[in-house]
Design a binder for this molecule. Structure first.
Ligand SMILES: [Zn+2]
Length: 314
């Protein structure tokens, strides 16, 4: 049989099918043209919260000019949502102090790095970062194999400018109304969320002043006294109990039951935040009493009648 005689039939079928498809697409295009996109806001769900949960405070370790360069130029790959200068900085040329918003709150700034708080990792994804210009900094001896933060690092911490702190308070207060998930224990320092590698905002940062202005967490002295009495007269909590308590409050810590390097780093960060007059990182009865007082105030469910902490699961 001569196969060539079928060629016209095949061509006809291809042509017919194409014609059919073209007309379908035309119809579809036509109907899409008629449909106007209208977004209605008549209904809103009550099952909603804001994506931002944490506010993380930092110091920049350098002056205004350098801070601005580091936090805005792509080469450095770091940023924050807000940058607040300090008075008497010769590199800051404005007459008045201003709060500089350098990343929109809806965008993700790169300020936290590897970090964890209250069982959540990747804090950049869920936080607002605020950098304060301040020259405080810590030096390591990186070649020392026996690196021990208690002995071979050197920190210089400088007071914060009160005007800068006033501006910080004015920055955070309306933020708490915008983001309903920012609870008192969600306002933290970089060293709280990365205790093994960060020291900022350091022990000179006025956490208590912020608390007096309705921002962040602080303990009640009479509750600290209650636990101090209990721990000195009955029994001091074990290292494992203290690790459990630190973990329940928010710190990332492995429950080893021994006072190891990671525990020292977390205790030092806790001291920077809540006992800044005593920052050697030693675990003493004051540390335990302060920690238990915070838990009783903000997480009462984790303490039982015998002052034992129910450890949060891994
Ligand atoms: Zn930092």
């Amino acid at each position: 049989m001569n196969a060539f005689k079928f060629i016209p039939i095949v061509l006809f079928l291809i042509f017919f099918n194409n014609e059919f498809s073209f007309s379908q697409i035309e119809k579809l295009n036509h109907s899409l043209k008629d449909l106007e996109y209208i977004e209605k806001t008549t209904y809103s769900s009550e099952s909603v919260n804001t994506r931002i949960r944490f506010v993380v405070i930092h110091y920049t370790s350098t002056n205004w000019e350098q801070s601005l360069k580091i936090l805005t130029k792509a080469d450095y790959e770091v940023s924050s949502h807000y940058l607040i200068p300090e008075s008497f900085d010769e590199t800051y040329k404005e007459k008045d102090l201003y709060v500089y918003k350098i990343v929109d709150e809806n965008d993700r700034a790169w300020h936290a790095g590897e970090s964890s708080w209250q069982g959540r990792n990747h804090i950049n994804d869920q936080s607002i970062g605020i950098e304060l210009v301040n020259n405080s900094e810590c030096y390591y001896q990186p070649d020392n194999k026996e690196l021990n933060y208690k002995e071979n690092y050197l920190c210089s911490f400088y007071d914060y400018d009160p005007k800068q702190i006033q501006l910080l308070i004015k920055t955070i207060k309306p933020m708490l109304k915008r983001h309903d998930e920012i609870k008192p224990t969600h306002i933290i320092g970089h060293s709280d969320i990365a205790p093994n590698r960060k020291y900022d905002p350091g022990p000179r940062f006025p956490w208590f002043t912020l608390y007096q202005n309705g921002i962040g967490a602080w303990y009640d002295n009479e509750i600290v006294d209650k636990y101090w009495q209990e721990f000195t007269t009955i029994k001091m909590p074990t290292i494992l109990d203290i690790q459990c308590a630190l973990k329940s409050y928010g710190y990332k810590i492995n429950l080893t039951g021994i006072e190891d390097k990671q525990t020292d780093a977390v205790v030092r960060s806790f001291h920077y935040h809540f006992r800044p007059w005593d920052t050697k990182g030693d675990i003493d009865v004051g540390t335990a009493s302060t920690l238990w007082a915070l838990l009783e105030k903000y997480m009462p469910n984790v303490i039982d009648a015998n002052s034992k902490i129910t450890c949060v699961k891994e």
